[in-house]
Design a binder for this molecule. Structure first.
Ligand code: SF4
Length: 77
């Protein structure tokens, strides 16, 4: 079995509740709303841990982020 990176492990364990075209899904800074979670508002896909640090920025599902100055890819180069 191939070894997972810590990021890949989290992606396997913590399934996101939504799917969308946000670039944020490939970004290390997104903390997604987890499947079957009833706590967060229904209109967000998750929180950005980078923008507005040390506070989180709610990433709305209706306002699709296609480009971002703070994007950092999850994939290793
Ligand atoms: S840094 Fe930009 S691309 Fe990454 S999660 Fe935050 S808003 Fe999305």
């Amino acid at each position: 079995m191939a070894e997972l990176t810590p990021q890949e492990f989290l992606d396997v364990c913590l399934k996101p509740d939504k799917e969308s075209d946000h670039i944020c899904w490939d970004c290390v800074h997104l903390k997604p709303v987890i499947e079957d979670s009833s706590f967060p508002p229904a209109d967000i896909i998750g929180w950005c841990k980078k923008i507005h640090f040390p506070h989180y920025w709610c990433v709305a599902d209706f306002n699709v982020v296609k480009k971002c100055y703070a994007f950092e890819s999850k994939k290793k180069k």
